[in-house]
Design a protein around this ligand. Structure first.
Ligand code: PLP
Length: 390
């Protein structure tokens, strides 16, 4: 069975060009980049090249890039670095819709002496920036706001927020894991101190990420160890994956244009055909300001997990909007923060496309989905009630 993969916000396929670039660094070129000999040094040289490519994608200088193991490590490093650099400041600002890599760390810190402000979003997933500004104080150690939301795809006004945060002299970090490679990001236009990115969201392998730290930003390492990454992150470099991340960033420069045209066209086609052919469906999130590859669709009165299972039988991969915790299917914290009604949040599916999706795949999904929803609704007591009431 052919797999139709529309779950690219979860992870992406490693691009063939990326894999090809990486392969020698597993077997032939296995030297330690820190070694004095030429053999190891050649790997060090390739890492230097990769650092320049990552920097170039976001308009940074190579010295401002620290390689990490993933987006989660980059986020943890950024927030911990800020609170350690400003030990007298006990307040953190973030949002109610962050990825657990920020949300759970902030919740942990809130139980350990920090006061955390979680900025709300509206029904369309847009950030309440005034609430953010009102809560900035002299005690704020860091503001950490994601660039784009992984579930709804909604893009936050990072450039605008950075102006106010920097006027106050507060450290500003953004989790740009979902934005990088999908929309243009240039740190020269934004008053950012730190930015996180992750390889496996942009066709590089899993297990590699990066943290941009603006020159002059106070920093203290999260992983204390060797002198790697100029003493800012100990641990022998994951050479092959770093080389892969460099190549993926190089490719992303070309992909961004394509994501904004071809992939956006496929996303719009998928979403419009679903909305127009299946009753009681709605888009969660601000349709005017979203990642071009993402759509988050609520199919009212059915369970997202059942839709996923039936699509899975046809080889279609997507995500639901529920977190399967303690046996109950709770809608995700993002959908709850957006105030998506219970009957819609439970039946929410996220499709996230990539450069490897085709029009034929989209046609297949829009053909297969209506009978799936119809079958599930026939079994749904909520749907029967809704039909009787109308
Ligand atoms: N931040 C966002 C917005 C994400 O979507 C993800 C992964 O889904 C992460 C952080 C974590 O990245 P990683 O899987 O590389 O740790």
């Amino acid at each position: 069975m052919k797999v139709i993969y529309t779950d690219n916000n979860a992870t992406t396929q490693v691009a063939p060009e990326v894999l090809e670039e990486m392969l020698p660094y597993f077997h032939e070129l296995y030297g330690n980049p820190s070694s004095m000999h030429t053999f190891g040094g050649s790997v060090g040289h390739k890492i230097k090249e990769a650092r320049a490519k990552v920097a170039s994608l976001i308009g940074a200088s190579p010295e401002e890039i620290i390689f990490t193991s993933c987006g989660t490590e980059s986020n943890n490093t950024a927030i911990q670095a800020a609170i350690r650099s400003y030990p007298d400041k006990m307040h953190i600002i973030t949002t109610r819709v962050e990825h657990p890599a920020v949300k759970n760390l902030c919740e942990y810190l809130s139980k350990n002496g920090y006061r955390v402000t979680f900025v709300p979003v509206d029904r369309k997933g847009r950030l309440d920036v005034d609430y953010l500004y009102e809560n900035l104080t002299d005690d704020t150690a860091i503001v950490s706001i994601m660039w784009a939301n992984n579930e709804s795809g909604v893009i936050f006004p990072i450039e605008e927020i950075s102006r106010t945060v920097k006027e106050k002299g507060v450290v500003f970090h953004t989790d740009a894991v979902q934005a990088i490679g999908k929309i243009p990001v240039d740190v020269r236009n934004v008053g950012l101190d730190m930015l996180s990115l992750s390889g496996h969201k942009l066709h590089a392998p899993k297990g590699v990420g990066a943290l941009y730290v603006r020159k002059g930003t106070k920093f203290s390492p999260f992983l204390i160890g060797g002198h790697q990454e100029s003493g800012r992150r100990g641990g022998t470099e994951n050479s092959a994956s770093i080389v892969g991340l460099g190549k993926a960033c190089e490719l992303a420069v070309d992909h961004i244009e394509e994501v904004n045209t071809r992939i956006k066209h496929l996303r719009d086609k998928l979403e419009n055909e679903i909305i127009n052919t299946i009753p009681n469906t709605m888009i969660n999130g601000d349709r005017k300001n979203r990642l071009p590859n993402t759509t988050n669709i609520a199919f009212e009165y059915v369970e997202g997990e059942s839709i996923l299972l039936m699509m899975d039988e046809l080889g279609i991969c997507a995500s639901s909007g529920s977190a399967c915790t303690s046996g109950s299917l709770e809608p995700s914290h993002v959908l709850r923060a957006m105030g998506v009604p219970f009957t819609a949040a439970h039946g929410t599916i996220r499709f996230s496309l990539s450069t490897y999706n085709s029009e034929d795949e989209i046609n297949f999904i829009v053909e297969q989905l209506p009978p799936i929803i119809e079958r599930l609704r026939k079994m749904s007591p909520f749907w029967q009630e809704c039909q009787m009431a109308s």
